[in-house]
Ligand binder design. Structure first.
Ligand code: SF4
Length: 494
């Protein structure tokens, strides 16, 4: 009698990880002036979970119990919903962080790498949570270690705490200003002292940070969607180069850095931010729909259906459909219930890869010419598998339309990107990529088209780009000093 093998189903988080997407590394959130601030922070971090799923942490301060902290691996919902944990984080002031590592020991993070980081100074303690990436962290770390600093983690963000410790300024906000003036790269920071909540954005404003009002208190958040979840009113964005210090006396705003033209990350509009957030006064959802419309104008094709690659391609696919008049349909269905608690991945399961997460709506696809709209192509591995699934389901033609220009350069400002040679667009032309993916056509939105879609009617200002678009253009607004030191070659001047 032949032995019936059980269906292979165990797989681990590595299989579920979407390794063919760029990944935002962090979300930050802080609240002051409400009872049990840490509960608000936990909710805020839950709404920011898309910005980092590896680990999270909360620091709170209570006048009687002082600073308390909890740092955990895994999702916010699995760690910061238990009463037992939340009771250890009392007080009217708290900050938190969710992380997907960009620097530090990636993939093998130690709990000491999980933020917020805490420092005890002569004038009291301070905790900080950082979103972004410090591009001169190696040089700073070397200098600080030579001068006696003892680092606890491998995270570049810890440099800020050590720089603060060495500052001769009198107050913690002043020390933070001092420290951040030495830091290059991208940073949005939420920090706290015993009585103050502090928010800072780097002079280019690469990563987002917004201010909200919650009851008699205030909140700072990476995105507005996290203000919504706690019932906070969105007040405004923290300006590039601005530092706000919030206490019971109100908000003090300063601009301590040398002013520069802002260069917000344009990819936040395309993919990183949640579609229900507001960025630069615009709904992210509407911007993505406009990207789809631009794409349809730039790269029309005759077809029967426009389908998104869920979930991030959805608004752009709707825009493409509205502009082109080609019906929109959910040709690919996402399994919403992917857990992360499986065991050993088998080879068979690894090969299933994308099929575990996405399935083709066969009845809809069969015999159709299908336009697939996705937000980006990074390595191209997922695009290729999706194409195979669509053809297996009987599609007549497959046309890819991509809501971002070709990603040909790595990001050094707080987004996890593969090395340059792993990026499909770094080594292939559009036609070579089409051939590699074996699709009937492949078109990316142009850089100018993307700028138009985010509200720049005249497109990109080549002399002074309005956004950071380095991963598309290779033009880095801040020289990535650490990377150059380790051999990264910048784009040659044209
Ligand atoms: S390089 Fe790309 S992902 Fe990184 S900040 Fe600039 S636009 Fe955003």
């Amino acid at each position: 009698m032949s032995k019936i093998m059980p269906p292979a189903h165990p797989f681990d988080a590595s299989v579920l990880e979407d390794d063919d997407k760029l990944k935002e590394e962090c979300g930050i959130f802080g609240v002051i002036g409400v009872g049990d601030a840490s509960n608000f922070v936990a909710l805020g971090l839950h709404a920011l979970q898309h910005r980092g799923q590896e680990a999270g942490g909360i620091v709170s301060h209570d006048p009687e119990q002082g600073f308390q902290s909890a740092r955990r691996f895994g999702y916010v919902r699995d760690n910061f919903t238990s009463q037992k944990v939340m009771e250890t984080l009392p007080g009217p002031l708290a900050i938190g962080h969710v992380r997907y590592s960009t620097t530090g020991s990636k993939g093998q993070t130690a709990i000491r790498d999980v933020q917020p980081f805490f420092g005890e100074f002569a004038m009291g303690g301070a905790a900080i949570a950082h979103n972004g990436n410090i591009t001169n962290a190696n040089a700073l770390r070397r200098e600080l270690i030579e001068r006696g600093s003892i680092f606890q983690s491998s995270s570049d963000s810890e440099c800020i705490i050590h720089l603060m410790a060495r500052s001769l300024q009198r107050t913690i906000p002043e020390r933070m200003e001092d420290a951040l003036r030495r830091v290059e790269g991208a940073f949005s920071v939420v920090a706290m002292t015993r009585t103050k909540l502090i928010g800072v954005r780097d002079p280019l404003g690469v990563r987002p940070l917004v201010l909200g009002k919650v009851g008699d208190g205030w909140a700072l958040s990476s995105e507005t969607c996290a203000l919504d979840i706690i019932g906070a009113e969105f007040i405004r964005e923290i300006e590039p180069g601005e530092m706000v210090v919030i206490s019971q006396n109100g908000i003090d705003s300063q601009f301590p850095f040398r002013p520069q033209k802002p260069r917000f990350c344009i990819f936040e509009h395309v993919y990183f931010s949640r579609p229900d957030s507001i960025l630069g006064g615009r709904s992210v959802y509407e911007t993505r729909e406009s990207i789809g419309r631009e794409l349809a104008k730039e790269s029309p094709v005759e077809a029967d259906l426009v389908c998104p690659v869920p979930d991030s391609g959805t608004p752009a696919a709707i825009g493409y459909s509205l502009e082109s008049g080609i019906p929109y349909a959910m040709g690919i269905i996402r399994n919403q219930y992917m857990g992360r608690t499986f065991i050993e991945p088998t080879e068979q399961i690894r090969n299933m890869g994308v099929r575990l997460k996405l399935n083709v709506n066969r009845a809809l696809i069969q015999g159709k010419r299908v336009i697939l709209v996705d937000d980006s192509v990074v390595r191209g591995t997922t695009s290729r598998k999706i194409k195979e699934m669509i053809l297996d389901a009987g599609a007549k033609e497959v046309h890819f339309r991509i809501a971002s220009p070709p990603t040909a350069w790595p990001c050094f400002y707080g987004v996890d990107t593969p090395q340059r040679e792993k990026l499909l667009a770094a080594t292939m032309s559009e036609e070579e990529m089409r051939d590699h993916l074996q699709v009937d056509s492949l078109k990316f939105i142009s850089l100018d088209g993307l700028y138009r879609a985010v509200g720049e009617a005249k497109g990109r200002n080549a002399k002074q780009p309005q956004y950071c678009d380095a991963c598309f253009s290779g033009e880095y607004p801040v020289e990535p000093a650490d990377q150059i030191e380790s051999g990264f070659e910048m784009k040659a001047a044209e």
